[in-house]
Design a protein around this ligand. Structure first.
Ligand SMILES: Nc1ncnc2c1ncn2[C@@H]1O[C@H](COP(=O)(O)OP(=O)(O)O)[C@@H](O)[C@H]1O
Ligand SMILES: [Mg+2]
Length: 245
């Protein structure tokens, strides 16, 4: 699903936190959203998911129900098993009698994320990283056409980060998804994103390829840090954070 957002303004009460963002994304691409804490990334994602009132326009050229949105905070108190949580990703097709296709989709998503082993565990008794994988499986089980993921790898160890990012890249390409992911890891964005959108103080200050965006000047502006940028494997830049500017 193609995304086209223009002139986005978002406020909480009287406080304006996103000002005039124009953003487009195409099927088959991963667009990473970067920016300092409080720069408006989560707010932007929620508005693109249709969960916040906003000024300007958000257009998806398809079924808005086919958006898989994963919030940043995945605290959950429900006494559900991991499998039941993933099955809830099928809510649109679920009836009172759970069909074989729904069970299969939930099982396949859990297998893809390597979490089949804790299908029967209670969600509240999993580690934060395990829970993050369960919610990722929940979203994939719904067979979305677009993904809006808010820090989807924040609780994962390095191996699971690589697994999830490679899986996202693979299914984004293979299924022609439009994938937006808020990330904090500059090197993960460099390697896995097709383009990077950089937010600062509620504005989109730059958008382009990793090589265009991940430069010393731009990172100094956005984060107030000094970095060294080195050529990395596969052409993606490698960012070495040095110190606060
Ligand atoms: N529910 C809310 N009510 C009021 N202000 C909020 C709310 N959520 C976020 N904010 C404020 O909006 C700004 C952007 O927040 P957010 O989008 O969460 O930033 P990011 O995800 O980039 O860290 C911050 O100043 C934050 O304090
Ligand atoms: Mg956030």
């Amino acid at each position: 699903m193609r995304l086209h957002a223009t002139g986005l303004h978002i406020r909480y009460g009287r406080r304006s936190v996103v000002h005039g963002v124009d953003l487009a994304a195409a099927p088959g691409e991963i667009l990473a959203i970067l920016g300092a804490n409080g720069s408006g990334k989560s707010t932007l994602l929620r508005a693109l998911a249709g969960l916040l009132p906003h000024g300007g326009t958000v257009q998806w050229d398809g079924d808005a129900h086919a958006i898989g949105y994963m919030p940043q905070d995945n605290a959950i108190r429900a006494a559900l098993t991991a499998f039941e949580v993933v099955l809830l990703g099928r809510l649109r097709s679920l009836t009172l009698r759970v069909g074989a296709a729904d069970v299969d989709a939930a099982s396949a998503a859990m297998a893809e994320l390597g979490i089949a082993a804790f299908a029967a565990r209670r969600i509240g008794e999993l580690s934060g990283g395990q829970r993050q994988l369960v919610f990722m499986a929940q979203i994939l089980a719904g067979n979305p056409r677009a993904l809006l993921l808010d820090e989807p790898t924040s609780a994962l160890d390095i191996s699971h980060q690589l697994h999830v990012l490679a899986l996202l890249r693979d299914i984004t390409r293979r299924r022609g998804l439009t994938t937006l992911a808020v990330l904090h890891d500059l090197n993960a964005a460099a390697r896995f994103a097709d383009r990077i959108a950089l937010m600062q103080h509620g504005r989109l200050i730059a958008i382009g390829t990793p090589a265009e965006i991940l430069t010393r000047d731009t990172l100094r502006q956005a984060y107030g840090i000094e970095v060294s940028v080195q050529p990395g494997p596969g052409g993606a830049p490698v960012i070495i954070p040095l110190h606060v500017a």
